[in-house]
Design a binder for this molecule. Sequence first.
Ligand SMILES: Nc1ncnc2c1ncn2[C@@H]1O[C@H](COP(=O)(O)OP(=O)(O)OP(=O)(O)O)[C@@H](O)[C@H]1O
Ligand SMILES: [Mg+2]
Length: 337
Amino acid sequence: MADVHIRNVSKSFGEQVAVSGLDLHIADGEFVVLLGPTGAGKTTTLRLIAGLERPDAGTIHIGGHNATALSPAERDTAFVFQQYSLYPHLSVYDNLAFPLRSPARKMPEDQIRRRVEDVAKMVRIHHKLSNRSTKLSGGEMQRVAIGRALVRKPAIYLMDEPLSSLDAKLRGDLRLELKRIQAELGATMLYVTHDQIEAMTMADRIGILADGVLAQIGTPREIYSEPANLHVAARLGQPAINLLPVGLLPDGGAPAGTQTIGARTEHLSIDKAANGHADGIVDWVEHLGDQNHLHVTVGAKKLVTLTDPDTALEKGDKVTIRYRAPLYFGADGQRLM
Ligand SMILES: Nc1ncnc2c1ncn2[C@@H]1O[C@H](COP(=O)(O)OP(=O)(O)OP(=O)(O)O)[C@@H](O)[C@H]1O
Ligand SMILES: [Mg+2]
């Protein structure tokens, strides 16, 4: 495995800027997740590293060597595509074995068999090894695509939303499994998703991508508790962070220049109003099974927090609301403290 160093890389398609001034270092053996909405430039970033796109500016080093001008084959990356593509005329086994059978490798068939069987078990497709790849469900095809990347030991694995077409249970299982496999192999991995849970649970570091710009990179904990701006704050947390205008609620501690206060559940105390004063009214207590959401109307704003399943609050209750060390943002959306 190798480290990957992207310096000041930009890529446009005509007028459309896909990636702008990207600086990103992925250490050897590190698992970095790029999180961003649709069109943020995630796939383009992976394609630039794989050599499927050429940057307009900037350099890409893989394992200390300048790879900017190298062909995809010379870069030794393994790519799981967003639209996974298998060889339809081949069996699952032969799809998995394909990357190992390149003439340059000269790997003996018994060694290939061992590797394919190991990987097929990892991605839970070993019971379908002799199936034609077209005779699989979408989720099975996606697991074969992941397996086809994992049979090799490249400089870096590039994975583009590889779990997106799986059901919730399998996604949860494979998320843990992929993380375990990556740690075991000591693999360098750049993984792209718009699923915040995948990012939080798998990443050593999360990079938040917005409109082709890396807004912030840090450990999941840093990104969650110390977001650099409103955009990053809004990417993580379920329910989403409440962004409230300054002055809506008593906010004694707000620094000068605060325009927006960011408050997650842990930044708010909400109690049934006593002695006449109230800040808001309970709209709804929403029971989702694993989570319970409290919806409160405050003036013209609504806020949502987590609450206990057996909360005494109910629709129509008047409540007092106090901030507890929330996040403060200026007029430009940048975090003040
Ligand atoms: N080959 C291309 N030609 C023209 N525009 C492109 C091309 N590839 C990407 N783009 C544009 O570049 C921007 C970034 O695209 P990209 O595919 O990297 O986004 P993404 O973050 O992967 O989104 P998604 O989550 O939808 O997959 C988008 O505005 C997209 O329309
Ligand atoms: Mg994409």
